[in-house]
Design a protein around this ligand. Structure first.
Ligand SMILES: NC(=O)c1ccc[n+]([C@@H]2O[C@H](COP(=O)([O-])OP(=O)(O)OC[C@H]3O[C@@H](n4cnc5c(N)ncnc54)[C@H](O)[C@@H]3O)[C@@H](O)[C@H]2O)c1
Length: 383
């Protein structure tokens, strides 16, 4: 058997995404055996030695570190994977690129456009492979939607609609900041639902429907003050709890987006619907293996919404898993992304979205937040 080339991973974080990515690296060898590269779990880094040591042992990392700077400077690591909160992304990514490491960074690229730009410059100047984990592109049904749209079946696009709805911050007693709740702290997160949830919707939208030209947004912070876990005092909440915006796409279609953490009963309802001249497509994360498709050219006796169960072996990514008809889930999107990254090292083609591509999502997020604050339309390029 041909010897695999090793991609030695140094991963920052030991939380939700650290588990999702590590699981992906561990699955690749078995389910994508054709790849020339094989990930090696070289080191994991988090600040608490006891906890990161336990994580390393559980997930079978060879070593652990408590200072990301030390990990970035190690000679036995090829790629740095950033699964830390948003305020850490820029400094780690730039240091990693300058040390000649490949960089895989969680979304959003950073807290702001100003923070993102030097990240793009750093990876491009160093010439290192890079990608941002907008993993929903690699849900098979979403990839299939992209194939259908690119085939031209929808014709001219009129509407793009997307939501990302949750309900986990309704309790006013929930504190902000610190371990597990950094998403409510503006200094760490950069924004609320716009950078956390809408960024995913915007990335998917740009991928499926092209660039967004301009936006008009409203945001709301429903709970104005919360106890801050770090200071122990009640502080003003500065994140957006909910955000709604509409926009023009460059292809002439209209967009409508909504994200909130105050939709009681919704846990992670990420959706999109596209209405074209000839056909429409819709998808939602709660039923992620299905893609709904309506084609007006169907004979009237069978015309109607089809629910495509995306599980056949000739549909995206499925042939790497089980027999046709049985389902795969959330964790597989990360396996697909990691596999596509390894494949990109073989082909020399970038693994989308690159830092530069993810910058566009950042620019839309910033225009959205600016528009809501200034109560006026914003051109995305002006963000
Ligand atoms: N792609 C997705 O769908 C998706 C889903 C969730 C989170 N994310 C993104 O992933 C990133 C991490 O989110 P999460 O949900 O895993 O958060 P988390 O709170 O579960 O984990 C964050 C980890 O970072 C570690 N950390 C914090 N500061 C550190 C430092 N200075 N050095 C080393 N480690 C440090 C913490 O110990 C913790 O283990 C965020 O940028 C988030 O936006 C993406």
């Amino acid at each position: 058997m041909k010897q695999k080339r090793k991609l030695r991973i140094g991963l920052v974080g030991r939380g939700f995404m650290a588990r999702a990515h590590t699981n992906a690296y561990k699955r690749i060898g078995d389910f994508f055996p054709e790849l020339a590269y094989r990930p090696v779990l070289k080191a994991v880094c988090a600040r608490n030695a006891e906890k990161v040591s336990a994580f390393a042992q559980q997930w079978q990392y060879e070593t652990f570190e408590t200072d990301w700077r030390k990990m970035v400077s190690r000679d036995d690591i090829d790629a740095i994977d950033i699964c830390a909160p948003n305020d850490m992304h820029a400094k780690i990514a730039i240091a990693a690129a300058q040390a000649g490491k490949m960089v895989l960074c969680e979304k959003p690229l950073a807290r702001t456009v100003a923070e993102s730009l030097p990240m793009v410059e750093a990876v491009e100047q160093a010439g290192v492979a890079n990608t941002v984990w907008y993993n929903y592109r690699r849900v098979p049904a979403v990839t299939l939607a992209k194939q259908i749209i690119d085939s031209g079946k929808l014709g001219r696009i009129f509407h793009y609609r997307a939501n990302f709805l949750q309900d986990w911050t309704i309790n006013p007693e929930l504190p902000q900041g610190g371990e597990g709740l950094w998403r409510l702290d503006i200094d760490t997160a950069g924004s609320g639902v716009t950078g956390d949830l809408l960024a995913h919707c915007i990335d998917t939208a740009i991928w499926l429907n092209g660039s967004i030209k301009d936006v008009s947004a409203v945001t709301e912070t429903f709970i104005k003050e919360r106890m801050h876990q770090d200071s122990g005092t009640v502080e003003k909440v500065r994140i957006d709890d909910a955000c709604i915006f509409h926009c023009h796409f460059a292809n002439g279609s209209l967009g409508l987006f909504e994200a909130t953490r105050y939709a009681r009963g919704q846990k992670a309802l990420k959706t999109f619907e596209i209405n074209g001249e000839h056909a429409s497509i819709r998808w939602d994360l709660h039923d992620q293996n299905r893609l709904d498709y309506f084609d007006h050219s169907d004979e009237s006796i069978v015309r109607g919404w089809r629910s495509i169960h995306v599980s056949d072996s000739d549909q995206p990514y499925i042939d790497h898993w089980w027999i046709p008809g049985v389902c795969i889930g959330y964790e597989h999107t990360f396996v697909h992304h990691a596999a596509d990254f390894l494949k990109s090292l073989e082909t020399g083609e970038p693994c989308s979205p690159t830092f530069r591509e993810a910058l566009e999502t950042q620019q839309v997020c910033e225009a959205v937040l600016d528009s809501a604050r200034e109560r006026q339309w914003k051109t995305v390029a002006d963000a």
